[in-house]
Design a protein around this ligand. Structure first.
Ligand code: HEC
Length: 170
């Protein structure tokens, strides 16, 4: 009889208080993770834009050097930054104007595919004008983007390099 009573008591404990304690523990963990998430570093729109600025400049010099693989890479990097802005800065109202970059970027990619310097220059102009259109539309008209005059970095070759034959030449 005593054993039966003890068993009933254990079942009662397992049935109510123990899951409650577990729920409380889980809730505390969720709260702590939530607090941690709020302090996680999230790049801002200005940081993504500064990244886009660098790719925009490299894209120009890659195109000028008819280095189409590099130009394609830089165009892809701009697209990736746009995806990241959509993911991380969706709270910024300006983000809804981002799709205006799609047509100029498609045009750049077409120029790269056909390896046409004339089409590339036209598309690049269109892209640059679109950057400024959005800056005006979002009241950041003082950020004026232009066709770059000098390469952004002295430690990068924009010209296509002759293919190396074998690892010994490295
Ligand atoms: C969706 C509209 C939009 C488009 C399209 C856009 N920008 Fe921006 N850009 C902004 C906004 C908004 C800011 C201000 C960000 C902030 O609050 O820090 C900005 C800021 C910048 C800055 C200043 C960054 C800084 O922190 O100093 C640069 C550089 C820039 N953009 C480059 C570009 C280039 C290059 C393009 C085109 C390839 C482009 N942007 C296209 C909206 C846009």
């Amino acid at each position: 009889m005593r054993y039966l009573f003890t068993a009933a008591f254990i079942i009662a404990i397992a049935g109510c208080s123990s899951p409650n304690i577990q729920v409380q523990k889980l809730q505390a963990e969720v709260d702590s993770l939530h607090a941690q998430l709020q302090h996680t570093y999230k790049p801002g729109l200005g940081e993504f834009m500064s990244g886009i600025q660098v790719h925009h400049a490299r894209l120009w010099f890659a195109g000028q050097a008819a280095n189409w693989p590099l130009a394609q890479f830089e165009a892809d990097e701009i697209k990736e930054a746009i995806d990241d802005i959509n993911e991380y800065n969706s709270d910024r109202p300006e983000v809804k104007s981002l799709p205006m970059l799609s047509a100029p970027l498609d045009s750049i990619v077409a120029a790269i595919k056909t390896q046409s310097p004339a089409l590339f220059a036209r598309s690049y102009n269109l892209l640059t004008n679109t950057c400024n259109q959005c800056h005006t539309a979002t009241k950041h008209e003082y950020n004026v983007i232009c066709i770059p005059k000098t390469p952004p970095f002295s430690n990068q070759e924009f010209a296509k390099q002759p293919e190396k034959k074998g690892a010994n030449n490295l």
